[in-house]
Design a protein around this ligand. Structure first.
Ligand code: ADP
Ligand code: MG
Length: 322
């Protein structure tokens, strides 16, 4: 593992934001900077970290980890569905097909858990038994494995807003996606979840739940955005899951849940001014992201040299300034 003092040094040089005017129009998501060129999108994954739908700071190496993890998974799943990835010219950069995103986030859940208003446990605990139009049996406990994975789609909220629950029928009624495309999205999302969970099981992890985004490209469905990263998924440790569940304890997680919990412990749940991330939390989070990368890919993480801007610029100028 990269030493804490190296991470601390680089915490001053993190990739916060890019401003490559030679690439033209730029838009900024919570985590990625996006440029448009030759009918493609250039996605630059920065070191921004978000939780509670807000950017809360920067984590060294996070952008590299996310971009490389997604590239790994896009490659592992391309037989299931076409995806947007064309090229990874730099560890933090993906050149992708510019798709027309469908306004629905396809969430797949294998376990009943979570605390936010889109989590199934949140509603089940309140006594609801039909959630997302799906009927759940009596007697489920928090963090229990579901009989089979379920689809719990949400809206793709505008900046600052929170995602809202959707059902299959609502998506059709609101004409967010056509029935044929929706059926395809559902089938593909379940197949991707299975592929992800099967591979992660071999690495000692469980894919608890995850989110996919799809778009239309040349009249066809494509998987876009990111896949099976710690930003879009929950991972639990397989080995201790049963024991912990039986004892009614929280499973050991291998995602960014501890990051959220730090904020909750400071009394922050997404409203008002967020507390400033401690150095210790920043270092531990960087280490967590790197560990997840190594565990999933099964290779040692090769850190890029900080600062990253100059090198990213050079690589992109090479492609676009000829
Ligand atoms: N291939 C693609 N075509 C069109 N839009 C895409 C594609 N890949 C990702 N996106 C969109 O680009 C944005 C990625 O930046 P991100 O920082 O993740 O934004 P957000 O704050 O919306 O999560 C997302 O809004 C995502 O839906
Ligand atoms: Mg995103």
């Amino acid at each position: 593992m990269i030493k804490p003092n190296i991470i601390a040094q680089n915490s001053k040089k993190v990739l916060k934001q890019t401003n490559f005017t030679f690439l033209g129009k730029r838009i900024q998501g919570k985590v990625r900077d996006i440029y448009f060129k030759d009918g493609k999108r250039i996605l630059i994954t920065t070191d921004r970290i978000s939780a509670f739908d807000r950017v809360l700071g920067y984590i060294p190496y996070k952008g590299q980890v996310l971009n490389q993890l997604s590239a790994f998974w896009f490659n592992k799943t391309k037989d299931i569905v076409a995806n947007h990835l064309l090229e990874v010219p730099h560890p933090n950069v993906s050149i992708v097909k510019n798709a027309k995103p469908y306004p629905v986030e396809m969430v797949v859940r294998g376990y009943i858990t979570g605390v936010t208003t889109t989590a199934i446990w949140y509603w089940y605990e309140k006594g609801e038994r039909t959630i997302y139009g799906i009927k759940f049996p009596e007697g489920l406990k928090k963090n229990q494995k579901l009989k089979k994975p379920v689809l719990t789609p949400t809206t793709k909220a505008e900046k600052g807003a929170h995602d809202e629950k959707l059902t299959h029928d609502e998506i059709i009624k609101k004409k967010l996606v056509s029935p044929a495309i929706l059926r395809q999205m559902e089938k593909v999302a379940l197949a991707l979840y299975k592929r992800g969970n099967d591979l992660l099981n071999k690495r000692g992890l469980i894919l608890v739940d995850t989110k996919y985004e799809f778009g239309e490209y040349n009249g066809k469905l494509v998987l876009i955005d990111e896949i099976h990263t710690p930003d879009s998924s929950r991972f639990w440790v397989d080995k201790s899951y049963r024991e912990k569940f039986k004892k009614g304890e929280e499973p050991d997680n291998y995602d960014k849940e501890f990051f959220r919990k730090w904020y909750v412990a400071q009394g922050y749940r997404g409203d008002g001014k967020p507390p400033i991330m401690s150095k210790d939390l920043q270092i531990k989070t960087a280490q967590r992201y790197i560990s997840i990368y190594e565990m999933i890919i099964g290779k040692k993480f090769k850190p890029e040299k900080y600062p990253l801007e100059k090198n990213i610029e050079k690589v992109l100028k090479n492609i676009y300034e000829k």
